[in-house]
Design a protein. Structure first.
Lengths: 104, 560
């Protein structure tokens, strides 16, 4: 489990570097973000939620049952949209209002 | 590359800006004009245990419960051995700190009468995805709190048996910090990465506890000679297979039972369903060929499934991703569960600093709260808030009339040279990663990890001790190419010191008090006559001195 950062989409804002609780993300020579310590990712998704460009995607390693799907988020005021995109391009979306408490 | 020395001064230094650290700083800022520095090795917005969120407030006194009944529960669940004074002082504050975090913006589910909706006797329902940013924002708004993000603290400064500050370095700039303070509060959290994890390959950090909590506070305390307690009461979580996501949301939320591979309800075969017993029964069923074990979710409604997807996204998104990626959710397939590797974490069990009722450690000027403070299991988030409040108030009282003490430049230079040596030396025979892997393998095989079913013996511990001592020597030859590698080296050094203490504690408890957490093969029975006591230790002149201490009652005010 780790993250992938799409260099094309990255706007070099630096927010993901700042917020990663393991400080695992660094800037390359063009100031774009890359994950330097891929295997040290905890999977907290803090970086996804910071990324307004939708450039960061989270995936499960094959060792824990990953099959190539990726997760990313888009924040729209109180709504946090979670997108899961499967390798065949099929997408599932779950929207959570962050003001609503869990039912469980 | 070498580091530039910088000197900072403050009234109270808080080490670690996680759950307890942020709440402690906020307590001080709202009640005084005392100046605070929070030194945080990442960034307080998402650092610590709450990075991904949390699924519920699990320490709250619901209607029908009392602080007294809370203490009784924690004592029962911990086989009779807790510091009742510590748990009781926390219990009395739980509801107040919950109201505080709600006032800062945490959504809590309420019924039509405006009352919190309970999730069991001591739990309430929230949306905890954003809890850390909410807390961090409140801290950032306070004028008298200075936040040092990306600064890793490596040791206390001790002068005449008193803590007068701490040393650290930045992982972004070439700065070596000497921070002087009238009092220090340690809130660094517990220790993960001591044992080989469930997923030791690519997903090695897909663990329950924060992999970035590497026992720095324990290790600094050990090195400074602070008394520590109950390291042998390790915490091992029962979690969803592979994703290591919490099970409580499913078990308590929809009332799912634990079943074995034959579909039998197995926990009751082993005794009362305490937290360690739910884990132990699962380990035993697997050992007896009755596994895999599951939470029985088949048959829940699609609406319930949808709510579970959301609840997991709010704290452990890997689990929802796994369900959706597989195309089969919990309504159609039971949720497999497993035990994690052991962690040292005083918010769930009792490991940590031996503190008095005010959370003062045994070294003057040093206070501890949260996962790094021992004696009071089942703090969870609100218990860490409550404990941080107690420690902060005590630290504020302590510094009244106190002046800063400082060092000679030559003393700072000596510490700076030690840190620089990792950056300037030629590479030794092994890499940082190899030492980490070796440590985790040794602890797994010889100090009761997953591979031995969590059981240990004196013979095995002797091998562990010898191997860890060898790794300590190797750690002194490690080379850092950059500041992040310097951080990795200090994280290894800290965890090796925690291993040394842990091995001594496991050996010293010559009984078996907690299944899995502390299961001594040489002494498989509980021995109340000799061991209804706290196993404490103090590191002096290169040796751990073990002390057995008598139970402290709930109305006692314990003083060192």
């Amino acid at each position: 489990m780790s993250i992938k950062i799409d260099k094309e989409k990255c706007t070099a804002c630096g927010k993901c570097l700042k917020v990663c609780p393991g400080s695992l993300i660094y800037k390359d020579e063009t100031n774009k973000a890359f994950i330097k310590y891929e295997k040290d990712c905890w999977g907290c998704t803090a970086c996804l939620k910071e990324c307004k460009a939708g450039a960061i995607k989270y995936f499960l390693g094959a060792d824990i049952g990953g099959k190539g799907a990726c997760l990313h988020t888009i924040q729209d005021k109180d709504l946090l949209h979670w997108f899961i995109v499967k390798p065949d391009g099929k997408e599932e979306k779950i929207t959570i209002n962050q003001k609503d408490a869990n039912k469980y | 590359m070498t580091l530039e020395p910088k000197i900072l001064k403050t009234d109270i230094l808080i080490i670690g800006g996680g759950t307890a650290g942020c709440y402690g700083a906020l307590t001080i800022a709202e009640n005084s004009s005392v100046e605070v520095i929070i030194a945080e090795k990442a960034n307080i917005k998402r650092s610590g245990c709450l990075a991904a969120g949390v699924n519920a407030i699990n320490a709250y006194i619901n209607e029908g419960e009392t602080p007294e009944s809370f203490v009784d529960y924690v004592k029962r669940d911990s086989d009779g051995l807790i510091r009742e004074d510590l748990v009781y002082t926390i219990a009395k504050r739980l509801n107040k700190v919950t109201e505080k975090i709600e006032s800062l913006g945490l959504p809590i589910l309420k019924d039509e009468n405006g009352k919190y909706v309970s999730r069991g006797k001591r739990s309430i329902k929230i949306n905890g995805e954003n809890i850390k940013p909410i807390l961090a924002k409140a801290v950032e708004e306070k004028q008298n709190i200075k936040i040092l993000n990306k600064v890793n603290i490596i040791d206390y400064i001790v002068k005449e048996q008193k803590i007068i500050g701490a040393y650290g370095f930045s992982i972004e700039e070439n700065n070596f910090y000497t921070i002087y303070a009238k009092a220090v509060i340690c809130t660094t959290g517990g220790a993960a990465g001591i044992y080989k994890s469930n997923n030791p390959g690519f997903s090695r950090h897909k663990m329950w506890y924060s992999p970035f909590n590497t026992g720095a506070g324990y290790a600094m305390g050990i090195r400074a000679g602070a008394e520590m307690t109950s390291f042998e009461m390790r915490f091992i979580a029962l979690r969803c297979k592979d994703t290591i996501a919490p099970t409580g949301t499913t078990a308590q939320g929809i009332g799912a039972r634990q079943i074995n591979g034959k579909g039998e309800d197995y926990v009751k075969k082993y005794g009362k369903p305490t937290t360690p017993m739910r884990l132990y029964s699962t380990v035993m069923e697997n050992r007896n060929g009755e596994g895999p074990c599951y939470l029985q979710t088949v048959g829940i409604t699609k609406e319930q499934e949808e709510e579970l997807y959301k609840a997991y996204l709010n704290m452990a998104p890997a689990q929802t991703l796994k369900w959706i990626e597989k195309g089969v959710g919990p309504a159609d397939e039971n949720l497999e569960i497993e035990g994690t590797e052991p962690y040292i974490v005083g918010g769930h069990t009792s490991s940590g600093y031996w503190v008095d009722t005010d959370r003062a450690t045994t070294i003057e000027g040093l206070y501890a709260a949260g996962d790094v403070a021992g004696g009071s299991p089942k703090k969870y988030v609100t218990g860490c808030f409550a404990e941080a409040e107690i420690a902060s108030i005590a630290a504020m009282e302590y510094i009244a009339g106190k002046k800063l003490e400082t060092l000679q430049d030559s003393e700072i230079d000596q510490k700076l040279r030690e840190v620089d040596s990792f950056l300037t030396r030629a590479a030794g025979p092994y890499t940082i990663e190899q030492v980490e892997e070796a440590m985790q393998k040794v602890m797994d095989e010889y100090a009761g990890g997953i591979s031995t079913g969590y059981i240990y013996s004196k013979k095995r511990l002797e091998i562990a001790k010898q191997r860890i001592d060898e790794l300590v020597d190797i750690s002194k030859t490690l080379k850092a190419q950059d500041l992040h590698q310097l951080l990795f080296i200090y994280e290894i050094i800290d965890r090796l010191d925690v291993c040394k203490a842990l091995i001594r504690h496991l050996e010293a408890r010559k009984e078996t008090r907690w299944k899995c957490y502390q299961e001594n093969a040489d002494y498989p029975e509980k021995d109340d006559a000799n061991f209804l006591k706290y196993v404490n230790s103090r590191y002096e002149n290169g040796e751990f001195k073990i002390l057995l201490r008598e139970p402290v009652e709930r109305d006692d005010i314990y003083e060192h």
